[in-house]
Ligand binder design. Sequence first.
Ligand code: C2E
Ligand code: CA
Ligand code: CA
Ligand code: CA
Length: 275
Amino acid sequence: AKHRGGGAWQWFSHAMDEGMQLQVEMRAFIHDAINQQQFELFYQPIINQKEEIVAVEALIRWQHPQRGFISPAEFIPLAERSGQIIAISDWVLERACGDRARLKELGIPTISVNFSPIQFYRDDFIDKIKAAVENFAIKPGEIVIEITENVLVRDSEQIQWQLEQLQELGFSIAIDDFGTGFASLRYLGTLPVNILKIDRSFVQNIDHNQRNAAIARGVLAMTSELGIKAVAEGVETDAEHEYLRKHDCALMQGFKFCKPQPLDKLADWVKEQKK
Ligand code: C2E
Ligand code: CA
Ligand code: CA
Ligand code: CA
């Protein structure tokens, strides 16, 4: 039977409320998910003004044999609390690097990977990323590290140092969901940031929501002044696309262009685009 996300979420939050025993069970459950290959990595294109694909964002999917599809928006926060996010993230990084060769063959220059704040709080974090790209002979310049502003809330000097290290190695840093987190604008002046991803909540109805339009235009002006890239997330309609295009938003992502897809389907989509 196919369960909707809501059911799975209730089950998970119930597990978290019930305390240790069920948390231990959930641990085993996610462990199984990794070992039994219940996770998949989907890819969503990021496109430029010519509608050429310039990157893909890797997005995890969990298809549980009994409980059906469980959304990452549900299990990632719980995995962060249980510590399992480290094992999941290791799997994501490994798979993303493993898929990199095929993505390259498709002419896709970079791959954007979501990172959890929890990963940054581990001492072996940078070594792990370095090892992953070296194993697969990937240039760091082909990888974008997506973090949310919330990464910066804790121990920001340590985080800043790590981000500088990563950038020095050649990785790009993207701030995800820009505008929705707890950090202040001040960090943009000091942190090594290459890309801002304008959160979908500001992109929605941008063609007739004047507040959203003002915020998005402000972010676009600011990124252009700072010499960093902006990506509009969650572009769904022609009108949103057209508005953003007219206001010189160079990079966009959203269902309007392509939904997140398994690699095979993405390959079909890319070939179709090239026709
Ligand atoms: P996110 O990083 O902000 O990812 C973008 C989300 O927006 C994805 O949801 C994507 O499917 C969805 N999206 C893209 N275009 C559109 C659109 O036009 N309209 C709408 N309504 N949605 C759109 P998804 O895949 O369910 O992921 C949810 C969140 O889970 C992600 O938000 C991210 O925070 C987290 N996540 C997903 N994969 C990973 C992962 O591998 N590692 C970590 N740490 N977090 C992940
Ligand atoms: Ca993201
Ligand atoms: Ca986002
Ligand atoms: Ca998000």
